[in-house]
Structure formats: C-alpha cells, structure tokens
Design a protein around this ligand. Structure first.
Ligand code: SF4
Length: 694
C-alpha cells in the first residue's frame, strides 16, 4: 500500500474469471485501479480469493487492447480504423444484404459467458428478433451443455442443486473430472477445509490431482479411471449400491418414479456391470470401486461435484445423468451437504445458459417450439420468432463450409482457439461473408473477421453475473470504458443499425425485461442485486428470497427420473499408430485460452503448456524432462515440452490449453457428446515422438 499510495475510493464488484464468483473491493487512486481486495462479505468467497481474481486484472489497461472499431473487405487486407458509426453501418449493411439474398437462417451469433446476463440476453435477442433466426449458441456448447441436458432430464432444471456453503455439511465428497484447487481455487480451499474437519473424499480422475494427496489431505479413494470410461465406473458404483442393498428406497419411493428406478436397478445389477467385470475397461481395481461405493452410500451426507472431465466426452450427457441417478439412489438430494453440483468454468456460464443462448431455448430454458412461451416473447418484442431450433456452433461452421451460413456476430469468445478441430473452425470462418468479432483483443478468431468492435472489461461495466451456485451478483463500473461503450451498448447500437428500435439506458432496464419474461428471475431487480441481497434463482412468488438449495420438497420436474445410461466406448481408441490417450485441463494461474491472464503478471507462473507423461512412457520414447515432443492425433499435431511425472498413469498424457503457440485443440478431434455436441476434449488418441522443438 505504501508503494502505490493510499486508495481514495473503492467499488465492490464480482470477479470475471471462474464460476465461483468471488466478490472484490476494487481500490482506486484517481482513475487508476491499484488493487483488488477480496471482500469479507462476499457470499461466495467470504473474504478469500485466488491469484487470478486478486492479481490478474492488468489486462484491462494492456497495450494490446483495441479501442477503435475496425473494418476490412476481406481477411487478407489490413484493418482500417473507422468511427463507431461507420463500423456499425458497414456491419449492418452486410447483415441486411445477406438476409435479403440468403434468408435469416444464414445469420447467427455467439454469446459470451464472460459478459453479463444483460449483455448475453441482448445478443440472443438481437439474433432472434433482429437477425430473425435461432442460430444462437454459447461457449457452454463446448463445456457444460451436457449438464443442461442431463440435469433437466433427471431433475427438471439445468443447474447445480446447492449453494457453496452446503459443502460444510458434507460427510463424503465425490469429485468427478474436476480439479477445483486449480480451476475453482476458492471453492477448492473450502473442500480442503471440510476434509481437514473429517469429511471423506472420493476422487474419480485419470490424473492424481492435488485433492488426491497434498499436505494434510488425502482422499479416502482415488479411482484413476481410463479417459472415456466415466459411465462404466459410475455404473459399477451403482451396481454395488443396488446389489448390496445400500440404495435409499424410502427416498426413492417418495421422490422418484419407482418404475423407472426398478428398470434402472435391474440394468445396473446385471453382472456385466460389476466392478470385477468392468475392471479391464476402466482400469480401476474392483475392490476400490466397491469400497468407494459403500462409503458414498453409507457415509452420511454425500455430495457430488463435477467438472469438464464429466461433460467434455462423447458420453457427457450420459455421465451427468449417471451422476444424478447415483444421488437419487442414495437419497442425496434436497438438503444441505448433499446434491449434484457442476463446477462452472467461466464467471457467467450459468447466466449465459439461463439467458437463452442456446439455439433451442428461450431465456429460462423454455423450448422455442412452445407456442405459449414464444408468444410471450413475440408480444413483448413486437416480432414473430422462428419456431424451429437454430444451429449449434459446430453446425454453423459446417453450414458455412457448405455455403448456407454467411455471417456471424461473436461477442467475447475466441472460437478458433477454444473450439475443437481448429482446422475445421478456420475453414468455417473463412467461408463466411461477414464475421463480426466484438472483443477486447485481436484474438485468433479475429484473423478471420471483417468487422472488429472493441469490447469492454468487467471493470468498465454494470450488470449481473450468475455463479455456479445460481447466485445473481452485481458487476459495478470501476472505470470508464476504454472504447466509450459497455458491451450491451454496442449490441444495442448494432441492433439500431439494422432497424431495431431499442433504447435501453441502463442494464437495470434489461434486467427488468429478463424478470418480466423469465419465471425463475421474476423477483430479481437491479435494486435488490445492487444492494447486495443474496439472490439465488429461482427468485419468485414461491421463493421471494431465492433458493440456495433446490429440489427440497420435490423435484422441479415432479418425480426424479432415473435414466438407464449404457456405457458406449469412445471412438478415440488407442492402437499402434496412436497408442496414448491425451486429456486436458487448467492450471491455477491461467485462465482458459489465456487472453486475459497472459496479459498480466500471472504469466510468470506459467510460461508454456507442458505435456505431462508417465516415466515409463517417456523412457520408452527416449524422452527426458524438458525435452520437446511432437504430439499428433488424427486431427493435427503440435509441439510441447515434456514434463515427466507419475501424476498421470502409463498410457495417459495430459496438457493445458492456455497458450496459442501450442494450440492443444489442433489435436482434439470432432467427436462430440451424443445429445449436445459438446466436444470430446478429454479423450484423444495420440502419438508422442521426440522433436527438436517448434
Ligand atoms: Fe476469481 Fe474464481 Fe479465483 Fe474467485 S476462485 S478469485 S472467482 S478466479
């Protein structure tokens, strides 16, 4: 504090990195942000923070920020700086022309999980009401879309069941495909705190993450499953619970569909689902599975937390439903200490899903084909909506290559770096007549753009984020937008340029519209959010103060639904050409594709993505720690430095995806979840050979 001088004022706002949603006091000197101090009254963080929220905010003033709009007629031409009016007229002219020549369905857009609820709501409104198509999608397509499908099907709502505080009442914590001490650090610390108090931990992960064993912490059971076998392991756990008479039949009879439960119980009881039978498939010793199953069923309050290691698979939606089955079978739903909880990656991915970003759903998860819901929006917006679901991101790219999809508006999302099969993404973008990128930096996707609209950071805007526990929190303006506008204003200007008569003057007015049209947000107002009221949706007549825990008296869908989830092996099979399985993840100091964190001091903690490899696999290839290796799959190849470690099992390699130089997604394939098209990032058959370097 001495070095930077005493702060003159402070503004309380919400972190824009992960789905924990920590609250900070942004301390200012003049117009200069001098530090971010975790706020003791923050409902999600209780005064704690991690190195991202605390230190990685300098990107807001980074020299790479683009603050002037730019246009160009083709992607091989240099960018030309223009006025906002000229850029918006140019973009609107392209949109109008394409709509006239090819129809509304040739247009679409992508919302951002980094932006506020209000901004996301406006982007999907622009696409549906302004462009006239339902071709809207969001980054949840590539992360938690299976959560949406799986939890809606089984419980009736597309969200985690608990607040974060609930974990302090858990006796057994099952962690599946998540690494919270790196990806959700403040909640990861909460788990550690509960473990130190005596709770037991079961970890399902191909890699030995910190929560398996670190100082003062040791999981009761680590199930180091082969990548791609989540459903098989969960089915074998269910087998033990049912065949050993450990299911909570009283809960099931009262709360779930009993006939569906019986069908499911018969299915999991089959001998081919026993841990012994499946051991060769999953790689997990049968006795470990049995002990873990017994502990979860009999150890008291059992809570399940999961991450992208569940969803980013060809069986992502099946895995989410298998998790829900397990929670219902053991009666672990509807009270503190239990539940099924997706750990959301991005600060507002929950909100982006809630706000109607998906091509088949209007805000509040209501299907676009429902006449009464569509009419509600049509009457409010004064338009006629397309009743057919639109295209998902991969389908937009396919249609672009086929010549039927022509223009896209992308807000705050770098699909070239974050989506799978980079070559296909590039081909799709290159085939479009108009790509409008609305972002902070000239990201990789912008290489294919014709219009660049400068974005604003979370420090420069107002609105709300919804964290992984459905908590709607205020985002407050700390400094003036470097480009002159908040992102919702830019979307409104683009809408005005194509003829929509919108005149919102503050995000609070957009939030009022959201509340008017979305029953789960009915009781949410800007004044309530701004005052710091703890509001977790649903907030409505039935729950005026919000809902920290869901499905307390009954499931949102009525009876809980057991779904039979048959294990189907992934297409990514190892063989002589590609003998190893690659899986991917994050590290503590960096965030996703690194667009923000790499432009802050945090970069010193992680200068490159490394390829973790078991000592046996490294030795077999003549590789030593620090050597370069070529990583190749049937989709592509890249070069990475090797880190030899027994954190990964033999046959498995692991890397992060934070640096554009290594582009891990060059090697991930176009396999995807059967229900939602979420890419199978977590399993790729690869070959690793020595290399002289990039
Ligand atoms: Fe931000 Fe997540 Fe870290 Fe909290 S845990 S400070 S929300 S990145």
């Amino acid at each position: 504090v001495k070095a930077i001088g005493k702060p003159e004022r402070s503004v309380v706002t919400t972190c824009a990195y992960c789905g924990v949603g920590c609250t900070f006091r942004a301390e200012m000197r003049g117009e200069q942000l001098v530090r971010m101090v975790p706020w003791k009254d923050g409902k999600a963080n209780h005064g704690h923070s991690c190195v991202k929220g605390r230190f990685a905010w300098g990107y807001a003033n980074h020299q790479d920020r683009i603050t002037k709009p730019m246009i160009r007629d083709s992607i091989d031409q240099p960018w030309q700086e223009v006025s906002w009016e000229e850029a918006l007229d140019y973009a609107a002219g392209k949109i109008r022309k394409i709509k006239a020549e090819h129809g509304a369905r040739a247009l679409g857009g992508i919302t951002s999980s980094r932006c506020t609820n209000e901004e996301t709501f406006l982007v999907q409104k622009l696409i549906r009401a302004g462009f006239g198509s339902n071709n809207t999608d969001t980054c949840a397509r590539v992360c938690h879309s299976p959560t949406g499908y799986g939890l809606s099907t089984t419980f009736g709502t597309s969200a985690g069941t608990q607040d974060f505080d609930s974990v302090m009442d858990s006796d057994v914590i099952m962690l599946i495909g998540a690494n919270p001490t790196d990806a959700h650090p403040v909640f990861g610390s909460r788990i550690k705190q509960r473990l130190r108090q005596g709770a037991k931990m079961i970890v399902l992960d191909p890699r030995r993450i910190d929560l398996v064993k670190s100082p003062h912490i040791e999981a009761a059971h680590h199930l180091p499953l082969k990548p791609g076998t989540n459903v098989a392991v969960l089915t074998s756990i269910a087998h033990v619970i049912v065949t050993e008479g450990l299911a909570n039949e009283e809960f099931i009879r009262e709360r779930c569909d009993w006939d569906e439960y019986q069908d499911w119980a018969r299915f999991v009881s089959d001998e081919r689902h026993s841990p012994e039978f499946l051991e060769a498939v999953t790689g997990v010793p049968a006795e470990t599975v049995r002990e873990a199953a017994r502990l979860f069923a009999t150890g008291g309050n059992g809570a399940i937390y999961y991450g992208l290691g569940v969803t980013e698979h060809s069986q992502g939606s099946s895995t989410v439903m298998a998790i829900a089955n397990l929670a219902m079978a053991t009666g672990n739903i509807g009270r503190s200490g239990v539940g099924v909880n997706p750990l959301r990656g991005q600060n507002n991915v929950q909100g982006a899903c809630d706000m109607g970003s998906f091509p088949h759903e209007l805000p509040g998860y209501r299907h676009i084909s429902q006449d009464d819901t569509r009419k509600l929006f049509e009457d409010d917006w004064g338009v006629t909506l397309d009743p057919e679901p639109g295209l998902r991101i991969p389908n937009m790219l396919d249609a672009a290559v086929d010549g039927t999809f022509k223009a896209i508006y992308i807000q705050g999302e770098d699909i070239l770096q974050s989506d799978p099969d980079t070559h296909h993404v590039a081909a799709g973008l290159a085939a479009m007549e108009c790509v409008i990128v609305h972002d902070l930096f000239l990201n990789e996707t912008a290489n294919y753009a014709h219009v660049f609209l400068p974005g604003s950071t979370f420090l420069e805007k107002e609105g709300t984020f919804t964290n992984a526990e459905r908590r709607i929190q205020p985002v407050r303006r700390v400094m003036e937008p470097a480009n002159g506008y908040e992102d919702w204003e830019v979307t409104q200007l683009l809408a005005n340029a194509i003829g929509c008569e919108w005149d919102y003057s503050h995000p609070g007015e957009i939030l009022a519209e959201i509340a008017r049209l979305t029953p789960t947000f009915a009781g949410v107002t800007w004044d309530r959010v701004k005052s710091g009221e703890p509001l977790q949706w649903p907030v409505n007549d039935k729950a005026p103060q919000g809902s920290p825990i869901m499905h307390v008296d009954g499931f949102v869908r009525g009876k809980g639904k057991f779904v039979v989830t048959e294990y189907v092996p992934t297409d990514e099979k190892t063989g002589p050409r590609y003998p190893l399985l690659l899986t991917t993840g994050r590290i503590l100091s960096q965030y996703n594709v690194g667009a923000q964190t790499r432009r802050t001091g945090n970069v010193v903690w992680h200068e490159e993505d490394l390829l973790e490899m078991h000592p046996t696999d490294a030795e077999n290839r003549g590789l030593r720690d620090g050597d370069y290796a070529r990583l190749a799959s049937r989709a592509g190849e890249t070069t990475l430095r090797v880190k030899v470690t027994d954190r990964v099992a033999p046959g498995v390699v692991y890397t992060t995806f934070h640096h554009p130089a290594t582009q891990a997604n060059v090697v991930t394939t176009d396999n995807s979840d059967w229900a939602t098209n979420c890419p199978e990032y977590k399993v790729t058959a690869v070959q690793v050979t020595p290399s002289n370097g990039p």
